[in-house]
Design a protein around this ligand. Structure first.
Ligand code: ZN
Length: 299
């Protein structure tokens, strides 16, 4: 049975990712976070944000102060990672090689500040659907933020789906936002890019594998969005109301690009359940390949 030709976007992304995988992986080494790192970490953790109503950052900071959590630091040529971890096991759950490659792809050549500083607060609080009758809020879905065109403080405050959040925030930090769009449209587009690149990195740049992963991600988002619409019930999915940008809105962007394809029955059955994780969970095979413990949700 013949299949549709591979979409040009997919070929293009596969080519860029393949070029990255032709290079040796960036080398990471452990570092002790310096005074400035700790100052920013403290200030970010203690600043109220409407995106973090569960106060995951503050609770992790308090955990660090009273000795329940651990501080860790890693550095490579393209960036620095300052982490608050809940336990030692999490040191084996961070896909460092992959993150180093992601940072290298987002570097801006010929810039003096070609270096990212990432605060990774690895709270294990999961993204879940709200209880029946309760509205969606950032507590159900958000997990990071950054400042546009600023490489100096990307904040990720959930362990789950952290790779996808890193990609999302890098688009903002690397100044890729389209200024013509409204905030909601901008976020939907950024999320659409992040999930596309996520599939790209998992494929390691093989076009037909990327096409299958894009199908798998399409199926996952389609199923999840159906559950979100069901949760909203009779209440009309209001144009651009929360969490439109991260769910239905980003699917619309994939549809507009022509890469959305949820028709295939390739691969095992997708189970979304109660989860609001935005990318399909990875198999143990991929986790082993990325050298993380199979308990890791950070991939
Ligand atoms: Zn964003």
């Amino acid at each position: 049975m013949s299949r549709k030709p591979i979409h040009p976007f997919i070929n293009k992304l596969a080519e860029a990712i393949r070029a990255e995988y032709d290079l040796d992986a960036p080398m990471w080494f452990p570092v002790t976070p310096d005074k400035m790192d700790i100052e920013i970490l403290k200030s970010e953790s203690n600043t109220y944000s409407e995106h973090d109503p569960l106060q995951l950052r503050l609770n992790s900071w308090i955990g660090l102060k009273n000795g329940h959590n651990l501080l860790a630091g890693y550095q490579c040529e393209y960036g620095k990672l300052i982490c608050i971890l809940e336990d030692m096991d999490q040191t084996n759950e961070i896909p460092l090689e992959l993150w180093g490659r992601i940072l290298r792809l987002f570097r801006e050549k010929n810039r003096t500040t070609d270096f990212y500083r990432i605060f990774f607060i690895a709270s294990t609080s999961k993204r879940e659907m709200p209880m029946v009758g309760h509205p969606f809020s950032p507590s159900n879905i958000n997990g990071g933020y950054t400042y546009p065109c600023n490489k100096d403080s990307i904040v990720i405050y959930r362990a789950e789906d952290a790779t996808r959040v890193l990609l999302h925030e890098l688009f903002h930090a690397a100044c890729c936002d389209n200024p013509e769009l409204s905030l909601d449209e901008k976020e939907a587009e950024t999320e659409a890019w992040a999930e596309f690149f996520y599939c790209g990195f998992i494929s390691r740049g093989t076009p037909y594998i990327l096409r299958d992963l894009v199908q798998r991600q399409s199926q996952y988002m389609s199923k999840q969005n159906a559950l979100i619409k069901e949760h909203l019930g009779k209440k009309k999915v209001e144009e651009h109301s929360f969490p439109w940008r991260y769910t239905i809105g980003k699917q619309e962007v994939w549809e507009r690009w022509g890469i959305f394809d949820d028709n295939s029955s390739v691969g095992p059955i997708i189970i979304v359940g109660n989860s609001l994780r935005l990318t399909f969970p990875q198999s143990n095979y991929v986790k082993r390949r990325e050298q993380v413990a199979t308990t890791s949700t950070m991939l």
